[in-house]
Design a protein around this ligand. Sequence first.
Ligand code: GLA
Length: 376
Amino acid sequence: MRIHTCPTLAWMVFLVFCASAFAATPSLKDAYKADFLIGSALGSPSSYTPAELKLITTQFDAATPEVCMKPRPIHPQEDVWRFRQADEYVDFCQKHNIAAFGHTLVWHEDCPDWLFKDGDKPASRDLVLKRLKNHITTILHRYKGRIHGWDVVNEAISDNPKEFFRQTKWLKSIGDDYVLQAFRFAQEADPAMPLQYNDYNIESEPKRSKVIKLIRELQQNGIHVAAVGIQGHWSLDHVPYADIDAAIDAFSKLGVKVMITELDLDVLPRKRSGADVASRERESRNVQPAPCPPEVLRRQAEQYGRLFALFLKHRDVITRVTFWGIDDAHTWLNGWPYPRYNHPLLFDREGKPKPAFYSVIDAAHTPQRVGVFLPP
Ligand code: GLA
């Protein structure tokens, strides 16, 4: 039997096929252009494949250096500076119209020991302050006019409800005013530079109130704090939407902007539990390569969508939302708390958009969803 196909219909089918085959993936940065920057943590630009570079330049209009500007890699010894990768990062961002952010001038991790030593003895407060000033001033002057905002201090607030600051070598060597001193040196080095305080779990108590106290103290001491960075390393099914909502309101009342600086949605269990065999067995899932189950992808998409609806509600205060990595092949959660195969971001290991990507794009185009995300 011969089948007669209408030529017009055949053309239409062909055109629809072509349109879907070649339809451009929507762009996050375009979808949120009117709202806030969309960023990603970047490794060395020369380490990415052409496809990864295309993903970065088409999807993101902000970036944070994952490692190269942290104290140890950039300043491993008192007289040794390693600027090559940081220079490459800033050049790359400038070339592709990506707003380059600086991360981070002071942190307790990735921080070289020489800062706190004087020969075999602990260095005096004055010596550590002198080194801190030199560290901050040198970096800020080098990148003046090319960085859109600096995380001056990262993770200074203690997780312990009974203490204010985390116990670090900075605190031990300088004392309670070390955060203030760091902001002061940064403000003196480049008065026009937007200065940020960055930390995790600060959307929730007890850390939220401590951050509010810290920002107030900085402001009372003449520091212009531009923004508070909520890192946003959240876990599937445990996103603290109501806390995030309240924290953004509370921080904005201080007259600062809010940035979501290290967003990811971990899909694997986190706790390591010594003797509990059942949960250890659960936790060891995914040490072998394994695709993410569709049900998990669906929940992740829904939760990312709700998060972005919440961010849109605060679009007057939020200036940037940055993911901690470009895709599931480039995420610290493949190595923490131990090597395994995680799926926390919007693009899979091949850089293909996941359901969560479309959900985030969708949230940008359906503002009527804003306001319906909070639990009853
Ligand atoms: C913290 C730091 C980041 C990064 C992540 C995990 O959140 O601020 O620079 O190191 O941990 O990799």
